[in-house]
Ligand binder design. Sequence first.
Ligand code: OXD
Ligand code: MN
Length: 600
Amino acid sequence: MSLTQHSELNRWIDEMARMCKPDQIVLIDGSEKQKQELTEEACKTGEIIKLNQEKLPGCLYHRTAQNDVARVEHLTYICTTLKEDAGPNNNWMAPHEAYRKAAEIFADSMTGRTMYVIPFSMGPVGSPFSKIGVELTDSIYVVLNMLIMTRAGQEVLDTLGAGGDFTKCLHGKAERDLNKRLILHFPEDNAIWSVGSGYGGNVLLGKKCLALRIASYTARQEMWLAEHMLILGIEEPSGRIDYLAAAFPSACGKTNLAMLIPPEGLHVKGYRIWTVGDDIAWMRIDTDGKLWAINPETGFFGVAPGTNSKTNPNALATVQKNTIFTNVVLNPDGTVWWEDGEGEPAEEGALDWKGNPWKPGMKDENGKPIPGANPNSRFTAPIEQCPSHSFRLDHHHGVNISAIIFGGRRAHLAPLVYQAFSWKHGVYVGATMASERTAAQYGKQGEVRRDPMAMLPFCGYNMADYFEHWLRMGVRMRWQPKIFHVNWFRQDEDGNFLWPGFGENLRILEWILARSRGELQAEKTAIGFTPRLEDIDMTGLNLSQEEMRKLFEIKPEDWRREMKDVSEFFKKFGERLPLELWAQHEALQRRLEELGGSSA
Ligand code: OXD
Ligand code: MN
């Protein structure tokens, strides 16, 4: 009997099953009953551990293989017919070679296992903003995560009907061997093959693979934007809500900003923050000529370490029930803990993310502390459990975006905030985004990694074409959101952060909103508009005039060095890079020269 009414879907499932040879095929219908049965089954095999159901109702625990704890950029490929279409920003493999290599690993890999068929919608089911995917996987952990992160089940199949378009997403754990791991994207076939991993970013195929890599490719053809951005709404006591979308590279506090709690000093203003999304935004120009955004996901796949009631009380509240914890510390009472989290781990009887007995303060043979949770350990939690979740999450057209924010981690270069002069200049600001590595990241500390629009690991095609697409989108819009750049991470000469960050960032968002409504004057500098200091509400926050000056200082010699780095980066794209970006680059160069100082 056919599994669905969609003959192409049935044919594809048969073909994949012939390759992977599962013992059986099970359709995920999205029911609570099936979810419970699968949870019980995964608990029996040890794939999942049920946590303390009194303290953490509905919560589950999982450990990945030790060699499988993060996305693997070096094993991630864009497989287009022409190498140039993948661009210098991607690893490339010819489609026929990629299919052949992965097929060897997939062959018979599901023998003794079940293949689950997950129909899922990225975005509200049936919305013209949404896309449907079907993921085949041999992992119950993946099924349970997809049920949190996406709208999945029968309703999606009903919407797909007998002939609708869908992304073919195939995932197999295989042996979880690093040498037999491939994350392959076939944008021309609307297909994804991921094999040999069990880590979320590589296997929850709706997320980075579909909603960013494949969607960015489709979005260019269909004239919309698929971006690595949080979406947040700021409500004033009058009831007016303005929405912002913001792109930051990893480790810059995206999830924290998406769920920000207004600082004490601004309480009297009565703001409320609404979280629409913390990772991905799909944005379209609607019939009103404005930019509208949805969060295609329904959950957070957030980094656990560092999440506590000070840094992100909303995230902590979100993960108290129906959450899957991956690679954190397991306490003997069936609760969980992570570094820089809440409270203390158990003194005795805890297990670390590897499953080894672990105590706080344990050191390795070199005297280095052994972390209990993996630094990239995660929580998967439903967004509707977040106290600040937006009431427009299921709105088919999402929310109207007033401003777009780009940001990075720069110790000395970029001021706390500046505004681009125009959409085109804003695209240049996004295209030249960069972040400095911290001790938490692999590589040389302080080294600058260029990460345009925070999309470097996620753009499913040549980024030169992506910049061109951004420029064209600006022309299409009747109302362009204003574009800003923020840097929460500026330091003084001694390496101390000059800005407190977290909830205090609302002070800057306030200025951004006022500027996007055209309400305030600003200083015109070489790099963009910066605030007049009196326009930032500092009630309840004591920073000296000198500290404020340093936060906004623009040092021509630092910028000249930056310009060299940017031009090296742009040159990688050769003639495909839009001339407009070179024009913006030269214009900035000229404005910097006018500032004087030693020439570059
Ligand atoms: C993520 C990432 O997990 O950007 O969201 O890596
Ligand atoms: Mn992300």
